[in-house]
Design a protein around this ligand. Sequence first.
Ligand code: GLY
Length: 405
Amino acid sequence: MIKMRIKLIILLVAVLLSSSTYGKEKSIQKVIKESMKVVEAQTLSMADKLKKKKDQLPRSSRGRTDIITSDSHWWCSGFYPGTLWYLYEYKKKENIRMWAEMYTDRVEQEKFTTDNHDIGFILNCSFGNGYRLTKNPRYVEILTTGARSLSTRFRPVCGCIQSWDLDEQKRADGWQIPVIIDNMMNLELLLWASKQTGDQSFYNIAVSHANTTLKNHFRPDFSSYHVVSYDSISGKADKRFTFQGYSDESAWARGQGWGLYSFTFMYANTGIKRYLEQAKKIASFIIYNPNLPADKIPYWDFNAPDIPKALRDASAGALIASALVQLSEFVDEPLRAEYLKVAETQIRTLSSPVYLAKPGTNGSFILKHSVGFLNKDSEVDAPLTYADYYYVEAMVKYNKLLKKK
Ligand code: GLY
């Protein structure tokens, strides 16, 4: 009888202990630590697989081992070198630095690009992070040449950097000076170049572009249009529409992320308060949106007609997480905690097996389930380098923030 009671007590204690361990959520530090192991495995396996493809950078994948690559002119070429730099920042291992330098060098020729606006994305993620971490003097010339190339696309008539050159079709559709919300992201390179060289013209272009975008790209609810076309004679915004979103009036998820991220860094670099206010309003549109799922990874468009069956976009989730971590540094409680709570949920969701690849799968990319360009059926429900980049950036930045606390 006594033996029986003792057995029962032991069983009860065991059940209590296991249920309390089970019910406890893993700390975010532990989630990040474990996820960064997967990041390291995938990123280094990618580095090894592409080492002989001299001018190629990863772009996406269609399956277990397949890697689709691009040359350096594709707008995403700088993201993979940038992911390597964040991994180096986190791990401080020399072999990672060696890979980061090697893949960064593959995009150098883009410093002369003048036929589109993506120079900022390409050079800032690669050489920009490389310079931030190593102060390699060679990178200064590359970044400032790139900033000069980007500046050639500034159109004083409307006060903006023109995103794309026009082809026959775009002209026929009435496009004149097209500017997409994504273009804001390129301004970080100009702000850096202005600080580095003392040349105020880079700063002036960045502020002019941001002010014009703030005025013309946003709706009263602070969601943004994807494309605004400016009249090349009057300089006025004369057409607003979408290119990658569901419809002209919808809120394409990644576009909302580009807006949030860019107005946050505009404030961080200039101290201009209206940029902070704009970032907070964009954040409110996103985080209180009834169509944002509980796990905080957006559908590819906040107005996709088939919600809740619509595809999720991991790249938008990662981008928003990274932006919210930075924005949290500029606001007081309770907003600060609110932003971090959303970012933390996004990091946890992306670190779950639904999104995070098992090492050795997913073509060596880190995250699954992003949406590139749904209307063109291109890179849909696929891995993408920019999803990986902003996911790793979000974790490294959040980890630093936690350590500071
Ligand atoms: N146009 C860049 C993007 O797909 O977000």
